[in-house]
Ligand binder design. Structure first.
Ligand code: MSP
Length: 670
């Protein structure tokens, strides 16, 4: 009976355009999905975009777009890139789609009706970037997870009884040790859960960009509950047609980056248990791609786009490099130099060279037909290659099963090295010069052995490098590689007399200029210079989307030391002197004042968290510093148009920035 296999990527936030960090997870899943199809499994591969929440709402605001317009554009970029890279997901879910929203509401109702949702109030710090309540003290205190400043919120929310699942979760991790892989992540989760679970707030009422809570639309559903549910809503959970859900759920693999382990390994199984649904079979967390020593991410401004590499070296080169160079599960560095070096050594000189030399010699000496090996002319070295190849087949499959891609590729490339040695030692080119029977038989054996090894290498490497291997397969006259049954792969299946197709180089050597070209493309893209090749001719980059990119991206990361910003970045923050015209307390908020300030050219309303430090009357006429170009946001229903600058001493009250000398209203601080 055919086995089913369901694999998912995280759904990506659309506040950032795709980069090779996102591509890394997606292509790893694509590799696994392709392999499972080759193993004959009924495979379903899901990816998508995560489009709700305050973070996205703010990014859209900063770009001067409605959240829907903004998410439509960036989600389309993800889809266009995946299409361009030839990824084989069976579905792409958007959390703004109707099918998802209905599914999430159905899940909410189920959990609620099972008694795991109640109403409560929360006052404390919130990290917008992580979309998470955190244990931090005071306004602006750093988030313990990501270090970014937190915001104080006071909300009436719906809570999920997470605490009720502590024992069940611990049992799950202990009884099913491969539920979380690798083990380091499992241990982290186990100790987190053993430390005690508090109930989780699962609704928000301070912003509206989300899925309304059923029967209480003032609240929207917490973005992580919304997002995690994609794994089932995409299969039709909660809809009239649950046939895919019945067939594919539970997922066999949720693939994620290590920073979202807690959401997937604690919250997600708890939500499912509360809804009475089966749990995924396993969650695998990989490490981060680093660029210049730190995690590649939009907020650090050190991203590399996949398009650049795809343009210059092709998708297979990117896939091979990331899966070969980075030990899956651990962090690994990306650099253009290392990429080109590996491309040349392993692909151009390795697989590419083996294919072209073997097939060219078959063309030259046997008129393009796979020759008959001769038992009589066989020597121990031939048998050694056969044995070697057999071990490589078993070894590679085992490494793939564990998602140890680098080991799998190392193993396949060991066979390439062995065959290279075999060819050099057996000198088919010298045998080809001789016309005697014995030399012809030997030549046939050497070339058959080399070609059969090449076929095995090609089949095993196919999930990682689908394009190049499909070409080699066709050049070998073997037809469509996707029809290959990987479970049956063994030595000796290359049929004698097979007619080769046209032989062409699959990996032309890259010269040094490839590195410079790629670096230049990234620099130009980061500084917004036009003329960078777009994803697809029909989908030229939107200037608006570019303006949503944080200022740290504006300069090539390479020139700015980690953790620093350039002077141009600083110049983007418009600090101005303003004079307070009116000030009053905000009802129901102990810490907030509503101010109207004069900027010289206009009067603005601000909401500032300084009520505990200043009586409103004492501020009238005072000159203060404000961030004048901050995107407007709402606090307590009041629009705040800018931010007042104050020192925030640890545990103390805020102190407004001011001047000893008199400064005209509107003056810019530089
Ligand atoms: N939207 C959430 C996930 C919800 S899943 C129910 C999210 N999105 S994200 O856009 O931030 O993407 C996170 C994922 O992208 C990571 O978990 C990882 O799979 C991938 N990566 C993003 N940057 C990466 C690196 N620098 N390195 C490796 N993977 C990276 O979190």
């Amino acid at each position: 009976m055919t086995k089913k296999f369901y694999i998912t990527t995280p759904i990506y936030y659309v506040n950032a355009r795709p980069h090779i960090g996102h591509a890394y997870t997606t292509l790893a899943c694509d590799t696994i999905a392709r392999r499972h199809r080759m193993l004959g499994d009924d495979t379903w591969f899901l990816t998508g975009t995560d489009e709700h929440g305050q973070k996205i709402e703010r990014a859209a605001q900063a770009a001067g777009k409605t959240p829907q317009q903004f998410t439509d554009e960036i989600s389309a970029e993800f889809r266009a890139l995946w299409a361009r890279m030839g990824l084989t997901h069976d579905d792409f879910i958007r959390t703004t789609s109707v099918r998802h929203q209905e599914g999430v509401q159905a899940l909410w109702r189920k959990i609620r009706d099972n008694g795991y949702i109640y109403k409560g109030t929360y006052t404390g710090q919130y990290c917008v970037s992580d979309e998470l309540y955190v244990d931090a003290v005071g306004p602006g205190a750093p988030c313990p997870d990501c270090g970014r400043p937190t915001e104080t919120v006071h909300e009436e929310n719906y809570y999920f009884k997470l605490s009720a699942f502590q024992d069940q979760l611990i049992r799950l991790y202990t009884e099913q040790p491969d539920f979380i892989r690798p083990e380091t992540r499992r241990n982290e989760v186990l100790s987190f859960v053993r430390g005690g679970l508090r109930d989780l707030s699962i609704s928000r009422s301070t912003f509206s960009w989300g899925i309304p809570v059923p029967d209480d639309p003032k609240h929207v559903i917490y973005v992580w509950l919304d997002a995690l549910a994609n794994y089932i809503t995409a299969l039709g959970y909660g809809s009239n047609d649950a046939s895919k859900f019945d067939k594919y759920w539970p997922a066999d693999v949720h693939m994620i980056g290590k920073e979202i382990v807690r959401f997937h390994c604690v919250y997600w199984p708890a939500f499912l248990l509360a809804a009475g649904l089966p749990l995924p079979r396993g969650i695998t967390a990989h490490g981060w791609l680093l660029f210049e020593e730190s995690k590649m991410s939009k907020s650090r401004g050190n991203i590399v786009r996949a398009e650049t590499i795809v343009d210059v070296l092709g998708t297979d080169a990117l896939r091979y490099f990331l899966l070969r160079e980075v030990v899956f599960g651990q962090d690994g560095s990306f650099s253009f130099d290392a990429l080109v070096q590996r491309y040349n050594s392993d692909l151009a000189n390795g697989l590419g060279n083996l294919a072209s030399r073997t097939l060219t010699m078959i063309n030259r000496y046997f008129k393009g037909e796979v020759p008959y090996p001769s038992h009589a002319a066989s020597i121990p070295h031939d048998k050694y290659v056969v044995k070697f190849a057999e071990t490589v087949i078993t070894g590679t499959q085992a490494w793939y099963d564990e998602f140890s891609f680098s080991r799998a590729l190392e193993t396949i490339w060991a066979l390439i090295a062995e065959v290279d040695k075999y060819i050099v030692q057996n000198e088919p080119w010298s045998l080809g010069e001789k016309k005697d029977e014995e030399s012809r038989s030997r030549l046939a054996t050497v070339l058959y052995t080399s070609a059969e090894a090449l076929r095995i290498v090609t089949a095993l490497a196919h999930p990682v490098m689908p394009d190049a291997t499909a070409k080699i397969w066709a050049q070998m006259g073997l037809g469509d590689i996707r029809k290959l049954d990987l479970t049956q792969l063994q030595w000796g299946q290359l049929r004698l007399g097979t007619k080769l197709g046209e032989v062409q180089a699959v990996f032309p050597r890259a010269d040094k200029s490839a590195v410079e070209r790629m670096q230049k493309m990234e620099e130009q893209n980061a500084s917004g210079v036009t003329g960078v090749p777009p994803i697809q001719p029909s989908e030229a980059r939107q200037p608006v989307v570019a303006s949503a990119i944080p200022s740290t991206l504006a300069k090539p990361a390479a020139t700015i030391p980690d953790g620093k910003i350039s002077i141009d970045d600083f110049a983007k923050v418009e600090l101005r002197v303003a004079q307070v015209k009116t000030a009053e307390r905000v009802k129901g908020a102990d810490k907030l004042l509503r101010l109207e300030v004069d900027l010289g050219t206009e009067v603005r309303q601000l909401v500032a968290g300084i009520a505990e430090a200043y009586e409103p009357e004492t501020l009238i006429g005072r000159k203060v510093v404000i961030v004048a170009n901050l995107a407007p946001r709402k606090l307590r229903g009041l629009e705040s148009n800018g931010m007042i600058v104050a020192a925030s001493p640890e545990g103390g009250k805020p102190v407004l920035a001011s001047f000893l000398e008199d400064v005209p209203v509107g003056t810019r601080l530089k």
